[in-house]
Design a protein around this ligand. Structure first.
Ligand code: ZN
Length: 289
């Protein structure tokens, strides 16, 4: 029964039981489908929100990565610059090493020309070996050179290269007329340097005093052994200041000038011997200092 309003006619409709059941079923099904759609709609909304959130998070992570990559790129660039600078410096050091080795070669050449036999340089910069190896090689070579120069200096200091006193050379090495004989000639085995009595006499080179005392015509005499076959002799002294077996350095005061022995006035007879044979002292003095 359907009643539209106060003035309308009442409508009577009859429904069968099956029709009612069917209607209820349809309505229920419709309601369930609607509910399902609503549920799916809300679920999709929820999923979308979650997806958005994930995207935001991923964007943030991505941004962080970008920043990190930018930092790394900058660092990489800075390190590349440092490496380039180090490479340049390394090349410059190698060039300097080559210059040093050239200098060393010059020193060795000068020393060899002076009659000293030196070992050859150990240098020679190889562009393939490491800089550290090159520097080590150069240091070894220079150390070797220093040792050799030191030996050379010691050898030079030992040679009788210095005139033993201040004064005038009155007689040279070689044959001369005999100052004690009329017209006769004699061999003069050294040089005579005259000055006043008491003038200091110095050692001509480093060495060891092997004789200090009276020696016949030489008077008060000092003999110094310089090694390598060299000896020096200082004669006619008024006073001897060092005794035998004393080590002396070049320039040490060893005696005072006098006129003892076979002498015509105060002077120093300076004699240099090589392998016991007198040689001209000026041969060494000219070639030395
Ligand atoms: Zn003499």
């Amino acid at each position: 029964m359907i009643i539209p309003g106060k003035k309308g006619r009442t409508l009577n409709v009859a429904f069968g039981k099956i029709a009612i059941m069917l209607t209820i079923f349809l309505i229920s099904s419709f309601a369930i489908i609607i509910a399902l759609f609503i549920s799916l709609y809300f679920k999709s909304l929820h999923d979308e929100a979650r997806a958005r959130k994930t995207i935001t998070e991923l964007n943030l992570i991505n941004k962080n990565y970008k920043t990190e990559i930018e930092t790394l790129v900058l660092e990489n660039k800075a390190q590349t610059e440092i490496i380039e600078a180090l490479n340049e410096e390394s090349e410059s050091i190698k060039t300097t090493l080559i210059e040093l080795q050239e200098l060393e070669a010059k020193v060795r050449s000068l020393m060899n020309n002076s009659g000293t036999s030196l070992n050859p340089s150990r240098g020679g910069v190889s562009l393939n070996s490491s800089l550290t190896q090159e520097v080590k090689k150069s240091i070894e070579s220079f150390s070797d050179l220093i040792v050799q120069l030191d030996n050379y200096n010691a050898q030079q200091r030992r040679l009788p290269l210095m005139l033993p006193c201040i004064g005038q050379v009155t007689s040279y090495f070689g044959y001369r007329s005999n100052p004690f004989g009329r017209g006769s000639r004699e061999f003069h085995s050294g040089i005579d340097i005259a000055n006043s009595q008491g003038t200091p006499i110095y050692s001509s080179g480093d060495g060891t005093v092997t004789y200090s005392g009276w020696l016949g015509n030489y008077g008060n005499t000092i003999i110094i052994n310089h090694g390598n076959g060299y000896e020096s002799l200082y004669a006619h002294n008024s006073k001897l200041l060092v005794s035998a077996n004393t080590s002396v350095k070049r320039g040490d005061k060893i005696a005072l000038m006098g006129s003892t022995g076979r002498s015509t006035g105060p002077h120093c007879h300076f004699e240099v011997r090589y392998n016991s044979k007198p040689i001209n002292p000026f041969n060494l003095i000219k070639g030395g200092t």
